[in-house]
Every structure is written in structure tokens, then in C-alpha cells.
Ligand binder design. Sequence first.
Ligand code: FAD
Ligand code: AMP
Length: 479
Amino acid sequence: MSDKFDVIVIGSGPGGYVAAIRCAQLGLKTACVEKWISEAGKQILGGTCLNVGCIPSKALLESSHKYEEAVHEFETHGIATGDVSMDVTKMMERKNTIVKNLTGGIASLFKANGVKAIQGSGKVLGGKQVEVTDKNGVTTVYDAENIIIATGSKPVEIPPTPLTEGSIVDSTGALDFAEVPKRLGVIGAGVIGLELGSVWARLGSEVTVLEAQDTFLPAADQQIAKEALRQLKKQGLDIKLKARVTGSEVKRGVVNVAYEDTKGKQEAKFDKVIVAVGRAPYTEGLLSPESGVNLDERGFIFVDDQCKTDVPGIYAVGDVVRGPMLAHKGMEEGVMVAERIADQKTQVNYECVPGVIYTNPEIAWVGKTEEQLKADGIEYNVGTCPFAASGRAMAANNTAGLVKVIADVATDRILGVHIIGPQASELIAQAVISMEFGASAEDLGLTMFAHPSLSEIVHEAALSVAGHAIHIANRKKRK
Ligand code: FAD
Ligand code: AMP
């Protein structure tokens, strides 16, 4: 094989591997450069998402949920379990097996589609050349017609809490505790902090979440965020807002954390601390000065809405560019870029990117929040329906939460859907499809949903926009 490719993708996370496979499907000669290697020196594909992100966190959320159900829920169904025990090592092994199967799956997909996986760290040179330095320090230069940068992101570290082996960890460390910490501190009440805090709280940790901001989940619709805060506190997560962490000290295995809240300086002791204060784009060693690729003021690779950088033929997708740091957003960008390289006209609809927090209850949304619409001066109608109105939710003993549909006053077009409740991560897809097709709340209200199903609550919330919901007392009464 010659060293010239139609496309070289740098990074094999969801942005990169999807872009590479789609390029190959379209007949482009494609390589994907990935530097990650196992302790045994074997290349690891799949990026953050498969290895230390979406997948392992969801595996542990499932396991911890099942444990919690066995301890607290089964009894209400008339199922006696006796003493329930937990084996953290086995839980971790199950998670690791899932990760191994999925990352191995990417290697098989590359093979099946003819994508050449190149191990090493990629650097963009001038003239659309990519220099790859492999695990042995051997450097090879490849030529490419097109380059897709998909190098992802890394956890942010803050000076007050330097990572300290075994005591102060980032999200990767929190996916691998050998035992359940008695007192767990989580810094940052973002998606990752809440999900990982939930895992360990369910398994028995006393969890304290310290969050500097005064608004809980500022990006979410605040009606949903308030309900989420109430539910999570009810589960025992001690979420402290306006609590900014200022320092830490590890002494004899105990982490003393200093923070400031409205009452002044405070201290808390933890057995472990997870730092979950966000993620930053990863561009270390990636761009030579000759590459011509520019970063924006926040360190992301600068791209337009078609993921083109300032250099024709060089693109960037996923966490390393603007927009929400979500796997599916990177995947869709990867497909768009691949298809545009193949002269198609694909475009990502950035108005319809769903966001999900896999807590219990789950939180999911798409489109605009009430707060955003108010700020934009857009008039809207709101319909809501609680899961307490659902027979299916009652049967599942899972009635917390609600669905909220927001529609334009003049056109009734759906502008946003916000869900907190059982299987919100699945239900939100209906809202995304509706919005993608430009549906009105009435369109969704006129659609038939299977009974009994949780989806009926999406239907009822859509009907409620015009005051037509059947299974709740409508706030508005209209004909
Ligand atoms: P990444 O997945 O970060 O992959 C980048 C890859 O590029 C890495 O493999 C890296 O080794 C490689 N690389 C970097 N530089 C170079 C170089 N110079 N040469 C060669 N290779 C290089 N998102 C969701 O949508 N849903 C979730 O449920 C979810 N849960 C998450 C849970 C956790 C704990 C974390 C940390 C993240 C979670 N995310 C979730 C976010 C998601 O993981 C990211 O949005 C996604 O992985 C970004 O994909 P990417 O392809 O842009 O980059
Ligand atoms: P996200 O970016 O959604 O992952 O969320 C990270 C959260 O961490 C944000 O809500 C930040 O306000 C919060 N955060 C950042 N620095 C600190 C700090 N020093 N103390 C407490 N919270 C912090």
C-alpha cells in the first residue's frame, strides 16, 4: 500500500471512527491514526467514549441501579431477596468486558470496511501531510488529500485539587475504584459528576457534590433542573450549590477539601474525591506551525458549521471543536464531513442535538429551554404531563418526573422538549424526530402511541400544549 490516502483521520473516538468508516464506505482510501495503546502495547480504538466515557459509565450505572433495586425496590413487588451483597471486582470486570468487546468491534469494522488503522501520535504538517510517531518512537510521514482531526478532549484539572493517586481522581479514576468509598466528594455538578456520583451513592457511598455555581444544571430547562435537584437530594446526594473548592490536602488517605460557600470558608473530609469540572479540547502536539489550522479563543479547533478548518481539505469534528461534548454530535459531524468530501451536501442540524443525563430519573432534552426563549423574546406555549399519569410508569413503580413540550405561539411548531423521568434517554428520540421533521405540537398530539407505554406521556404533554390532554386536568381549557 502506498503512503498516500484520500483521507487520514486522526483519533478513533466516535467522531473519528465513524468518519473513517463512512469515508471508506464512500470508496475513499482511508486511514485512521490512533495513539492509545494498552499496557501490552496493543492499539486501543474507540477513544474516550468507548474506553473511559459513555460506555463504562453506563455499564456501572446499570449495575449500581440493579443493586439499588434489589436492596430497596424488589420488596415493593413482593420479591424477597434476603441479604444482597455486592462484588465490586466483578462489577468492574463486567464493565471491562463490555469495553473490550466494543473496542474490538471497531477494529473489526475497520477491517471489514478497509480502513487502515495506524498506531501512533499524529501531527498535521504543512501541505496536508501527517507525521505519525509510533509507540517505538519511529516516525513516518503520510500524504493525504483530506485530513479529519478528531482528537477529542481531556478532563480539566484545577489547581486546588491536583490529582493524587488513589485519593483525588478524574472521571477515568472514578470508573475504576476497587471498593466503595465511605465518604465521596464530587467537585462539579455537571453531567459527569452527577452520573459518577450516582453510581457510588447507589453502591453505598455518602456523596457530597460541591458546585461553584448557584444554578443547578444551567443548560437545562429550569423546571426540569429543579425537579432533578429535588429527586437527587431525596436519593441522598448532598448537592451543595455556591460551594467553590479552593484547596485540598491528602493526609493518611483522607482528603481534606477546603471550599467557600455563602457562609464563608468550609472544610470537608472525604475518602476519595472525583474532580469533574469539565473537559477541554485535546490538541497537544497536534498542529505544526505550518499546518495553517487555527484554534479559537477557548482552544478548540476553529471550524465553520460544516466542520471545515481554515485550511481547505482539513476538517475537525467532535469534542475538539465547538458545540456540546457529546458522542452522537461527533458521530454526525463525522458522517457530514465524510459525505461532503464525497461531494454530497449533508448538514448537521445543530438545533436538534439531544442531551441526556443518565441519573435516576434520567434527564433528557432537545431544542430550546423556556429560559432561552424568554431571553430571545420568542412567544411560546407550554404543555406538561407528569409520569404519575402513566399506568405503565405505575406498573414499573417509577412515576417521578414529567415531560414538557414547548411550542411556538404563532405556528405551534415544537421548539423544545424536556423530560425528567423513566427512560428519558429513549423517549427523547421521539422529540428529536418530531423536531427534525418540523412537527407541530398538534402533529405529535394527533399521532397514535401504544398503550400502556411511557411514550404516552410525551403524547399527553404535546396535547396539553393546546389544553387537550385527556389524562390530566389541563391548565388551559380550549376547544
Ligand atoms: P474522543 O472520544 O476523546 O477520542 C479522541 C481520540 O483521539 C482518543 O482515542 C485519543 O487517544 C486520540 N488522539 C488524540 N490526539 C491524538 C493524536 N495526536 N494522534 C493520534 N490519536 C490521538 N457523551 C455522550 O454522548 N453520552 C454519554 O453518555 C457520555 N458519557 C460520558 C461519560 C464520561 C465519564 C465521559 C468522560 C464522557 C462522556 N461522554 C458522553 C462524552 C463523550 O465521551 C465524548 O463526547 C466523545 O468521546 C467525543 O468523541 P471524539 O471522537 O471527539 O473524541
Ligand atoms: P461540566 O462542564 O458540565 O462538566 O460541569 C463542571 C462543573 O464544575 C461546572 O458546573 C462548574 O461550575 C463546576 N466547577 C468548576 N470549578 C469548580 C470549583 N473549583 N469548585 C466547585 N465547582 C467547580
